[in-house]
Design a protein around this ligand. Structure first.
Ligand code: GUN
Length: 282
């Protein structure tokens, strides 16, 4: 079997077109969604992500404020800046690019963002709302994965087993909660899970979010499974690859997301969607 591709790039274009329409409606009412993107330090990968987010905002008609600070920025200064943005009615979303330098407490910074502007969905209030099934901003990467599953007709996972490999607060844990909300039976595994291959082989839906190049081999995939690859790893030769051994997995899975062109574009589209939602709710 050769898996069908879930084209994140094309689906993200559709989402972005819907976002652009909502922006047009808001602007007709003299309201323009705005996103503040804060980058601390000069991590090259973060610089690329931030640049892509800002370009996507501009394309969708969302105003962006790009604020860059040196790696020696004091935590108190960052908190003060967030406080000011919380009280700025012309700003609807606030995103602090992670990781932050080690001397800054990232969780304290996230908690400083008003939950009404937490378009990343990382605030404890957002995480709690997801846990108990209440409205709130959902983290963009797992939300993009959900949209992809819905797109291929897997919006209801009753009777299916989903396995998430990875336990980060920004992908693995919220992803597992969202899959539970879709009625799946969910296992959260990680690189230290005993018999990881066997656990993965039980998955009708396998989400890989570990950050290790090609660690999910074809032998870890149930024939016909849906494989969602969240990993974006840069290899020594400069090329990108996912957490899944794509070429081999493609011969076993039923559906698979490519890297690049899979989850990545969906993450940005969901950020735009959350930002417009924040403006609509303001
Ligand atoms: N770093 C890696 N992924 C993300 C993300 O989705 N949001 C933020 N703010 N930082 C990140």
């Amino acid at each position: 079997m050769t898996a069908r591709l879930i084209d994140g790039k094309a689906l993200a274009e559709q989402v972005r077109a819907g976002v652009a329409e909502r922006v047009t409606r808001l602007r007709a009412a003299s309201r323009q969604p705005a996103l503040a993107v804060i980058l601390v330090g000069a991590d090259p990968a973060s610089q690329v992500y931030v640049r892509n987010k800002i370009a996507a905002c501009e394309k969708a008609g969302i105003r962006s404020l790009h604020e860059t600070f040196g790696a020696d920025l004091r935590e108190a200064e960052l908190l003060a800046r967030i406080h000011a943005l919380n009280h700025d009615d012309t700003v609807h979303g606030i995103l602090v690019q992670l990781p932050l330098p080690a001397h800054i407490d990232a969780q304290r910074v996230i908690e400083a963002i008003s939950p009404r502007k937490d378009v990343d969905g990382f605030h404890v209030a957002s995480a709690g709302a997801l846990m108990v099934g209440q409205p709130g901003f959902r983290p963009c990467t797992p939300l993009g994965c959900v949209r992809m599953l819905e797109h291929i007709g897997m919006g209801d996972l009753r009777g299916k087993h989903a396995v998430v490999v990875g336990r980060s607060n920004i992908v693995g844990k919220p992803m597992a909660m969202m899959l539970l909300g879709m009625n799946a039976t969910v296992t959260i595994a990680h690189s230290g899970t005993p018999d990881l291959a066997e656990t993965c082989r039980r998955a009708d839906v396998l989400v890989a979010a570990v950050g290790r190049p090609r660690m999910i081999g074809a032998d870890m995939i149930k024939p016909g499974a849906v494989v969602i690859d969240v990993g974006i790893n840069r290899l020594a030769d400069g090329s990108l690859c996912g957490d899944v051994d794509f070429a081999a997995a493609r011969e076993r899975a039923g559906w698979i997301t490519p890297v690049p062109g899979g989850v990545g574009p969906m993450t940005i589209a969901m950020l735009l969607s959350n930002t417009v939602q924040a403006c609509e709710q303001a």
